[in-house]
Design a protein around this ligand. Structure first.
Ligand code: GDP
Ligand code: MG
Length: 245
């Protein structure tokens, strides 16, 4: 029996946008993507949203995978990576649907990828002295995982929790079936140990104007333990594989 197939006209960059209950912002974000990344294709993974997200994406005329229930950020993006792989996209750009990332930065992130030859380019809040004013535990967690990642792969990544990333196929393909939570430090060490090249470029971020963050106090308390455990799984997985570079 033949596997599923994805057909249709497409460019070489897929903007992959995870969305859970983002009806208040996603229309505006998609409009700015159209303005600033006209040549890119867009796929929203609508993860069982219960608000008007589906209608807003349809109104924007953008492709979406509508999951029947909420699977969570990681599995939802894995569905998107599978789609990108089946359709043969050389590059995927991850971008949040809540308006915190500015689609005007997409061309700069892609240029940095071309210029540097990196396999992963992270849109970073912290290179060039950037600053994050969120809750203290979250700031400390970010510092901690930046240090740990640096020790493990020998390259300091300042923003390990950015959801704005450009990935070449060599970087997104192995994520389709791995153990990943939110593609943060657990994913960076996996990529680093596989020999992939990672670069960071500064981006602007804005506070959320609508909806709710997926991180509650409870998930933030679990985050370090889960991420450390998944980092170890990622390292074991990378050791089993042949280096990609
Ligand atoms: N697919 C999927 N996306 C989610 C889920 N929760 C949040 N997101 C999306 O992931 C992106 C980042 O989420 P957000 O809650 O803003 O994370 P934060 O900015 O780190 O606080 C946004 O586009 C959300 O809509 C989820 O359960 N599934
Ligand atoms: Mg956000």
């Amino acid at each position: 029996m033949e596997g599923p197939s994805v057909t249709g006209t497409r460019g070489s960059v897929l903007i992959l946008m995870p969305a859970f209950n983002e009806a208040g912002t996603i229309g505006m974000v998609l409009e700015r993507v159209r303005q600033h990344a006209r040549d890119c294709d867009v796929l929203v993974v609508n993860d069982g949203s219960r608000d008007g997200t589906r209608g807003a994406v349809e109104a924007a005329g953008v492709a979406q995978i509508v999951l029947p229930c909420n699977l969570g950020y990681g599995p939802a993006l894995q569905a998107g990576f599978r789609y990108a792989e089946m359709a043969g996209y050389p590059t995927v750009v991850l971008l949040d649907a809540d308006g915190q990332h500015d689609p005007a930065d997409i061309p700069r992130v892609l240029e940095a990828m071309d210029r540097s030859g990196a396999d992963v380019v992270i849109g970073s809040r912290f290179v060039n002295g950037g600053w994050y004013s969120g809750p203290l535990p979250r700031r400390l967690g970010m510092q901690f995982f930046s240090l740990v990642t640096g020790l493990v792969i020998g390259q300091r990544i300042f923003d390990t929790t950015s959801g704005f990333k450009a990935l070449r196929r060599v970087a997104y393909r192995p994520l389709i079936s791995g153990h990943f939570l939110d593609f943060h430090a657990e994913c960076l060490v996996f990529w680093g140990k596989l020999g992939l090249r990672i670069a960071e470029v500064p981006i602007a971020t804005r506070p959320r104007s609508d909806g709710r963050s997926m991180y509650s106090w409870f998930t933030l308390m679990n985050y370090p333990f889960k991420t450390l455990m998944l980092m170890m799984l990622g390292l074991m997985d990378a050791r089993r594989r042949r280096p990609l570079r």
